[in-house]
Design a protein around this ligand. Structure first.
Ligand code: PBG
Length: 339
């Protein structure tokens, strides 16, 4: 029968009619292979729940081998580590201490599950007493620069320490170094430092377009790293900017990044899609603490279905162009997908 309306010869709903048809035309599939699970490791004290992030913990060294085994058993290929050191100082020296918390955690994971890919988040904010991501301009600093304001993050002195810390984490066995400080030149300097220490095989995952986002709120709780003054907007990007992200990404490609990351994920899918269109490097997206906590908070109220909403958010991040997703949902999502 000829339809009443000519346009009804085209009926997209034909391919949505049954579960099997929908499976056949599905363009994106989510698997545990896509996930990278963030771990917080405290140097002392006991395992502690992170209040603002239901189901997430600050672990201790004692817990780390068991955690690594669970992650691997779920089919998740990788973890990214954040250290919570006992001692913090102006230059974050615990970050380049070979006996520091992250190098110890890397050894523990590699002893327990050698095939698990260990990524080390490379930033100073968890290690400095002021909570900023590097060396701060103060009159008593050896790097004091009178032409810059007090409290300004000094770029080039920070680079030197980043190179040093990257070598320490890589020598402990990290497979990937992930500089997250948005310091100009960080990828080039870390690449050169690694290469000059026979660590050519260690990859760099650059937080290439990282925004000064309010969605990091719960993380600062988790990693005990809020800035003690000001904010991060002189180094992280302005959420209003898209072209600038492409400039940042181009620089990191030129400097030798192996994997490019956009962060946060869901509110920044346009950036992720633009990156995917313009570059051929593997692309990561970080579904940050606030994105996780929002879904949990709404689910606790009974307003959203936790499993379905979380999986939808991850699927959409992948559809927008992510080859891998750093997500606190990794373990739970892997269980849902495997069931
Ligand atoms: C450290 C770092 C942060 C996050 C990852 N690495 C915090 C920040 O930049 O303030 C945020 C992760 C999250 O919110 O889940 N520079």
């Amino acid at each position: 029968m000829t339809p009443k309306h000519a346009s009804l010869q085209l009926r997209p709903r034909r391919l949505r009619r049954t579960v099997a048809l929908r499976r056949m035309v599905r363009e994106t599939t989510l698997t545990p292979d896509d996930f990278i699970y963030p771990l917080f490791i405290r140097e002392s004290g006991e395992k502690r729940p992170i209040n603002s992030m239901p189901g997430q913990y600050q672990l201790t060294l004692k817990d780390i081998a068991e955690e690594a085994r669970q992650v691997a058993a779920l089919g998740i290929p990788s973890v990214i580590l954040f250290g919570i050191p006992d001692k913090k100082d102006t230059c974050g020296s615990e970050n380049y201490n070979p006996q520091g918390i992250v190098p110890q955690a890397i050894h523990a994971i590699k002893d327990a599950v050698p095939e698990l890919v260990v990524i080390s988040d490379m930033c100073f904010c968890e290690y400095t007493d002021h909570g900023h991501c590097g060396i701060i301009n103060t009159p008593d600093s050896e790097h004091y620069t009178p032409n810059l304001p007090h409290g300004y993050l000094l770029n080039d002195p920070t680079l030197e320490l980043l190179g040093q810390a990257a070598v320490v984490h890589a020598e402990a066995g990290a497979d990937v170094i992930a500089p997250s400080g948005m310091i100009d030149g960080m990828v080039e300097v870390i690449r050169a430092a690694l290469d000059s220490h026979s660590l050519e095989h260690v990859a760099i995952m650059s937080y290439a377009a990282k925004y000064a986002s309010n969605f990091y709120g719960p993380f600062r709780d988790a990693a005990e790293s809020p800035p003690s003054f000001g904010d991060r907007s002189t180094y992280q990007m302005d959420p209003a900017n898209r072209r600038e992200a492409l400039k940042e990404i181009a620089l990191d490609v030129k400097e030798g990044a192996d994997i490019l990351m956009v962060k946060p994920a869901l509110p920044y899918l346009d950036i992720l899609a633009a990156l995917r269109q313009s570059y051929n490097l593997p692309t990561a997206a970080y579904q940050v603490s606030g994105e996780y906590s929002m879904i949990h908070a709404a689910a606790q109220q009974g307003w959203l279905n936790l499993e379905k909403t979380a999986l939808e958010s991850l699927m959409c991040i992948k559809r927008a162009g992510a080859d891998m997703i750093l997500t606190y949902f990794a373990k739970e999502a892997a269980k849902w997908l495997n069931s």
